[in-house]
Ligand binder design. Sequence first.
Ligand SMILES: [Ca+2]
Ligand SMILES: [Ca+2]
Length: 422
Amino acid sequence: MTLYQNNWANTGKISGAFDVDESIGKNLTFRLEVTKGNQECQKDMIISLIEPNLNRTDYKFRCSKANYGTYVNQLKDVATAGRWQFLITSTESFESLSVRVTSRSRNMNDDPIQTKCWIKTGEQQLGADVYLKLSAVAEVKKGNMPVIGARVRAYITRPGDSGSTPPLEMELSDNGSGADVIKNDGIYSRIFTKYQGTGRYSVKCEVIGSNETQINEGFIVSRALPEKPGAPICCGSNAVTANSKLTSSGNFTRQSVGGSFQAKQGDIPSGDKYPPSRVTDLKLVNSCGRINITFTSPGDDYDSPDKVKQYIIKYSQNATNLVNFDSALLPELSDDDLIHNGTTLNPVVGGQLVNLELNSTLFENGIVYSFGMIASDESNNRSPISVIAKLVGGNNCNNGSDYMTASILVLILSTILSFTFQ
Ligand SMILES: [Ca+2]
Ligand SMILES: [Ca+2]
């Protein structure tokens, strides 16, 4: 698998670093490709490999037609885990240099962390017209266990991007909102809206694991409830529960080259026709009279980082009233309804979690309220109405646990029923 890959133009001196983690290290191969027009190299270049303990080994290489400008160094020993660095120095300049580092599993019985990424294509209706919908998706797994909390970036090369323009960089999220269907399932995604005409769009991904990155090894068997066979897991759900066994992945880096997609005339709308994404994780939490509303902010164009213009949050004692969302009869939250601490309803960057405390005196004791929200952008594109979230007013400290107990009972009952009627 590829740990590292990068290209440089018009240079003779480069450096970089890659992480070898505990799951890999066999057959570590450092490959350098040099292009210099049709010319042969005049001088040796020095390729230095620096191990995690800072031991440095220098190798000499001179590109020629005979070696195709390619240098390959496969280490005999299993590579030590840790951060490796490399340094390439030459007094010549080259058209381009590219470095690729690959390795195999350290141990036959241990699955390495792997990633793959791709461009997912679909359709979207914008106004009366149907256009292309592209999202960048990356899957990060160790065997078949999801790797969560990694930093995943996609680099999209667009038609017209020349060697001197860097590809568009997008941070992909596994937060169960926007393009991402399920939170913490090791599949990271983001919708792509920054088109640049017709032609070829291609994707490359980079994954960086840190101390905060974890492997979801699944449920702790003794506490797990049997899952209803065939039950769909859907939008906004979380693949990590209180019963999940999580282990740290430690530092690692992975790269993967995904596919490409050809966009044709008529696939791409002109102007801003993209609305913000639907909010799928709206929640109200009442902890002993402290009421908080939380949701992941959508962006101007679906789940883009660009801020939306406005959040419109409304509530009612009757959930069906929220269907007529624009009704002036529905109360709408304003900054005056927040316990301030400097917080406002001003939009934040798309993908960021919003957490606001509400004035609890707005809500009557024991009454159930339903909340819904939409987000709109500068061009007045509006998201669909969010999921509906419930709140019980008052300062009852048992709301949360009562609700949990009730949900577990429902789950047990539905499981028993599904087995009984099969
Ligand atoms: Ca996901
Ligand atoms: Ca927009």
